[in-house]
Design a protein around this ligand. Structure first.
Ligand code: CP
Ligand code: NVA
Length: 311
């Protein structure tokens, strides 16, 4: 039976730990210019309906480094843009490729693709979730703060800003691993209620997730602080209203000073300096954002092996 990765709940906590253990190996080998070709002859189809730098390049380079190949498909330039149903595209691509990455708007679109695809579908971002990014984020935490940071009672996590796809994926990842996460979101910008509900139902019973209204409440004493843009892709017309709603939510040095002394800063990028985060915090010594971006490659190589290797 083929498996998809649309949400972190498609994985178990143990599988995430195994992915991270393999990531350590892959990253160390790459640093020594040793590339293991574990996916020879395997091809990844990549359907992108939104812009991307990191996700696109890290998946393409990842496939190349594993001895496989990636084919990048955009809406315009393929029959998807001329209205060919995704369910047909899914079955056609399944005849050529061994896996599909999809970046799209509605999460239901990715779910439909997965339902019809005979090969694994990996979520490269939907309006609801961005699981591959948050796996790289979690791995970056493990790298900086140690394996124990990802164990129940380990690091304490904060999310500052919009209850968007990234926030939803943080909720899922923390729930799966039994971690403590406090989200500071302005009223009206909470995470998705179905995600919160599912996290409660399916998550580890040691999980602690709470929503507060001021960034300081979320930041105080926390070890890992993440933020993201206030207007995500597809929400450009809301930019002005969102800028007003998020006033007071800029992640600045005063806020970081409230966090734990070992606190690390994450941002999935692209960042809007001076809006959700200041230049000083983004470029400061506690920021891990560029390791976080690099780790997309290493973690996704481990995911690609897990999902695309011949069985
Ligand atoms: N963080 C992230 O997913 O970046 P891209 O939009 O560049 O892929
Ligand atoms: N929340 C952002 C993440 C970009 C990687 C968006 O969806 O645009």
């Amino acid at each position: 039976m083929k498996r998809d990765l649309l949400s972190h709940f498609d994985l178990t906590a143990d599988e995430i730990r195994r992915v991270f253990a393999r990531t350590v190996e892959l990253k160390a080998k790459r640093a020594r210019s040793e590339l293991e070709h574990t996916l020879p002859g395997r091809t990844l189809g990549m359907i992108f309906e939104k812009a991307s730098t990191r996700t696109r390049v890290s998946f393409e380079v990842g496939m190349f480094e594993l001895g496989g190949h990636a084919v990048y498909l955009v809406r315009d330039g393929t029959q998807i843009g001329r209205g060919e149903p995704l369910r047909d595209t899914a079955r056609v691509l399944g005849g050529y490729c061994h896996g599909i990455v999809v970046r799209t708007f509605g999460h239901a679109v990715a779910e439909e693709l997965a339902r019809f695809s005979p090969v694994p579908v990996l979520n490269g971002l939907t309006d609801l979730l961005h699981p591959c990014q948050v796996l790289a984020d979690m791995y970056t935490v493990q790298e900086r703060l140690g394996v124990s940071a990802l164990e129940p009672g380990g690091a304490r996590f904060a999310w500052l800003g919009d209850g968007n796809n990234m926030a939803n994926s943080w909720i899922e990842a923390c729930a799966l691993l039994g971690l403590e996460l406090t989200l500071a979101c302005p009223e009206g910008y909470d995470p998705d209620p179905t995600v919160l509900e599912r996290a409660k139902k399916k998550g580890d019973r040691r999980t602690k997730i709470s929503i507060v209204r001021t960034p300081i409440e979320a930041a105080r004493g926390r070890d890992v602080l993440s933020t993201d843009v206030w207007a995500s892709m597809g929400q450009e017309s809301e930019q002005r209203a969102r800028t007003a709603a998020f006033s007071g939510f800029c992640f600045d040095e005063a806020l970081l000073a409230q966090a734990s002394p070992r606190a690390m800063v994450l941002h999935c990028l692209p960042a809007h300096r001076g809006e959700e985060i200041t230049e000083a915090v983004l470029e400061g010594s506690q920021s891990a954002v560029f390791s976080q971006a690099e780790n997309r490659l290493h973690v996704q190589k481990a995911i690609l092996e897990m999902y695309l290797a011949p069985r």
